[in-house]
Ligand binder design. Structure first.
Ligand SMILES: Cc1cc2nc3c(=O)[nH]c(=O)nc-3n(C[C@H](O)[C@H](O)[C@H](O)COP(=O)(O)OP(=O)(O)OC[C@H]3O[C@@H](n4cnc5c(N)ncnc54)[C@H](O)[C@@H]3O)c2cc1C
Length: 446
């Protein structure tokens, strides 16, 4: 393949930072807030025009549970953000914890305010495009935006892109998909319907595939809606006459392949239209006059790259509810994998059988996430938080959700700030001190 050298001078920004966080989703938000709270001069880089990732721009309808059904376990900044988020929904109790709806426009402003209060510099509409390395250190990130290409430097970088872009662009080691053919979970393009009849919605059938009476099954079985292959439908009342949907599946989307990603949006928009039309047909009491108000600007990607870190969290760790000396948060969410392939291959079958054995925890149970899962083995001054940390694929089905991303982000940001201040590597910091600081800030650890 022919290659080109960029002749344009890359202009180092006058400002260099203690910590640069790339990716402004749930993990990036708490990373940046936490780093700034520790006194680090912090830059947060986001590809879209708002903070929140899947919690806002991606239109995910609700937070996965914050409790282990006995007590809240995602505390610290995560709990603070949940409480602020709840204020944007008049029909939601202020102290609601589990499967709480999200008002995405309100939440965007919550995040903006938090960044401004913390003194974090934010760059919107800015993509990480290249990474310069010097041995095991990342030296600079090249960002692309309306100013062209600009190099920024920091002592420590936090990769919260969800796809481990920074680690991958720097040439670091990662895994992707399963061990057989790289299969990844299906994507979903979330959307919002307005002009819904609230009474009809609240008193009609539960729109979830667990309810065999859900109209989703009729939509799936009708030949009028060819893109609807299953009854997957999570729907939440977000505001008056306004229902958010995490519904439908798009198979074989690779978010790290721009063509695949672009095609997914076109399919996703059609799926949203089909679901709206199907609900009008099969659930007219609620959706007879509904209007497709918005499809997400950010594709709903459940899975792509996972870094190879200093430790890879295993299914056995999850099954045995393991506690680690260096753990930085707890997690109790179930192993939620959309579409594990169920083919004849006995090895693959055995792999997924392991998942079935331990899929759900009992009340009060959780496992720890070690700090080592956030440290890419390839680098000394990079941390990763969010859905691309170092875990076995099945475990990613659990740790990928937003309360966990918020919790691990807080730890990553704090660790990055400590390493920057002490001018040391991310793996040389005193983890006992890190954990003690997290507990001081209200984080739940065993
Ligand atoms: C369809 C779907 C439904 C889900 N439902 C739920 C649910 O109900 N409840 C729940 O709690 N979780 C849910 N999840 C999981 C959850 O939303 C995500 O896994 C979670 O948001 C991961 O957080 P993150 O911060 O790692 O990544 P993301 O939320 O994906 O944020 C990553 C951010 O980085 C930015 N970015 C990416 N690459 C670059 C780059 N190169 N340069 C600059 N910026 C970049 C993106 O624009 C984005 O803002 C769902 C996920 C999907 C896909």
């Amino acid at each position: 393949m022919k290659t080109y050298t960029i002749k344009q001078n890359q202009i180092p920004n006058n400002d260099s930072y203690d910590v640069i966080v790339v990716g402004g989703g749930p993990a990036g938000i708490t990373s940046a807030l936490s780093a700034a709270r520790e006194g680090a001069k912090t830059l947060l880089v986001e590809g879209t025009s708002a903070l929140g990732g899947m919690s806002t721009t991606g239109l995910v309808t609700s937070w996965c549970p914050f409790s282990d059904r006995e007590k809240i376990i995602y505390r610290g900044l995560a709990e603070k953000i949940l409480k602020l988020s709840n204020q944007g929904l008049p029909h939601v109790k202020p102290d609601a914890l589990d499967w709480v709806a999200i008002n995405p426009e309100y939440l965007k402003t919550v995040y903006d305010d938090l960044m401004n209060e913390a003194g974090v510099d934010v760059l919107f509409n800015t993509m990480l495009s290249k990474v310069e390395t010097d041995g095991k250190r990342v030296d600079a990130v090249i960002l692309s935006n309306k100013a062209g290409l600009t190099a920024y430097q920091a002592s420590v970088y936090v990769d919260t892109t969800g796809d481990a872009d920074l680690v991958a662009f720097a040439g670091g080691a990662f895994m992707k998909g399963d061990d057989w053919d790289g299969e990844m979970q299906s994507a979903t393009h979330c959307f919002i319907l307005s002009n819904v009849d609230d009474f009809g919605f609240n008193h009609g059938p539960w729109l979830n595939k667990a309810n065999k009476q859900s109209p989703g099954y009729k939509i799936k079985d009708s030949d009028k809606y060819p893109l609807i292959e299953d009854a997957h439908m999570c729907a939440k009342l977000l505001g008056p006459g306004t229902v958010g949907f995490n519904a439908g599946h798009i198979k074989n989307v690779d978010n790290t392949d721009p063509i695949s990603n672009s095609k997914a949006y076109m399919t996703g928009r059609k799926i949203a239209r089909e679901i709206r039309d199907g609900l009008k047909e099969f659930f007219p009491e609620a959706f007879g006059n509904s209007f497709l108000a918005n499809t997400a600007t950010l594709m709903g990607i459940r899975e792509s790259r996972r870094i190879i870190g200093d430790y890879i969290l295993t299914v056995e760790d999850y099954a045995e509810r393991r506690t680690f000396e260096d753990e930085i948060c707890r997690n109790s969410y179930f192993l939620d994998i959309h579409h594990p392939k169920d083919d004849e291959d006995p090895a693959r079958q055995a792999y997924y059988e392991r998942m079935k054995l331990v899929k759900h925890y009992k009340k009060g149970e959780s496992h720890g996430i070690p700090y080592r899962c956030l440290i890419p083995e390839s680098f000394d001054n990079v941390l990763v938080a969010g859905r691309s940390i170092s875990v076995e694929r099945i475990v990613q089905g659990s740790v990928r959700v937003m309360p966990v991303a918020l919790a691990m982000g807080e730890a990553a940001g704090m660790a990055a700030a400590i390493a920057a201040k002490q001018k040391t590597t991310v793996r040389s910091i005193d983890v006992t001190h890190l954990r003690a600081r997290l507990v001081e800030e209200g984080v739940y650890l065993l």
